[in-house]
Design a protein around this ligand. Structure first.
Ligand SMILES: [Zn+2]
Ligand SMILES: [Zn+2]
Length: 184
């Protein structure tokens, strides 16, 4: 996996904002918190964490960058006091990414804006349309789940390695995250 160099592209619903991620993300996580529910309009957010240097973000030629790439600064988080800044398309409203004070050199990109990975057409296992795992790390499963106290009961187990009832609170929680993010 260390020689993973492929990039993956993504865009907002209207196509005004384009992203490119170079190399494999550090992890993918789900967050069931109320903010992520509100922002996504769904019941959880799925985000990939990457280093800033892996990210290229561009606006369609001819469009004004400032009005196309909007940033919403959230209120300080419940227990951690961290502040998040959400970048979204000013035209269609798709959430592009999230940055958090606690992870200064990283960005969390919405998994759903990335172009779909090749899907299998093999329906023999009754799993038509699932992502194909090419061994390069993109057909990944969640590593972390946050805010499971807000998780809908019918959302099944994801097999995430680290599961938080809320956000990370203790030193031990933070140590687990630092380990995953390679900051330990
Ligand atoms: Zn858009
Ligand atoms: Zn959240």
């Amino acid at each position: 996996m260390s020689d993973f160099t492929k990039s993956r592209t993504g865009s907002c619903q209207c196509g005004a904002v384009q992203v490119q991620i170079q190399g494999k993300p550090l992890e993918m996580h789900l967050c069931h918190c109320v903010t992520c529910q509100k922002v996504s309009g769904s019941i959880f957010a799925a985000l990939v964490t990457i280093k800033e240097e892996q990210l290229t973000i561009t606006v369609k030629p001819g469009l004004d960058e400032e009005s196309t790439l909007k940033v919403y600064k959230g209120a300080p988080g419940d227990s951690s006091g961290s502040v998040s800044r959400r970048t979204f398309c000013g035209i269609c409203g798709s959430q592009i990414l999230l940055r958090n004070d606690h992870l200064p050199s990283m960005a969390m990109v919405s998994l759903g804006i990335l172009e779909p990975y090749p899907m299998t057409e093999d329906s023999t296992a009754g799993k038509e349309g699932r992502e194909v795992d090419d061994g390069e790390g993109w057909a990944m499963k969640p590593t972390i789940e946050y805010w499971c106290v807000r998780k809908r009961q019918w959302v099944g187990e994801t097999g995430a390695e680290v599961v938080f009832k809320t956000g990370p609170e203790t030193e031990e929680d933070l140590a687990k995250l630092k380990n995953i993010f390679g900051l330990a």
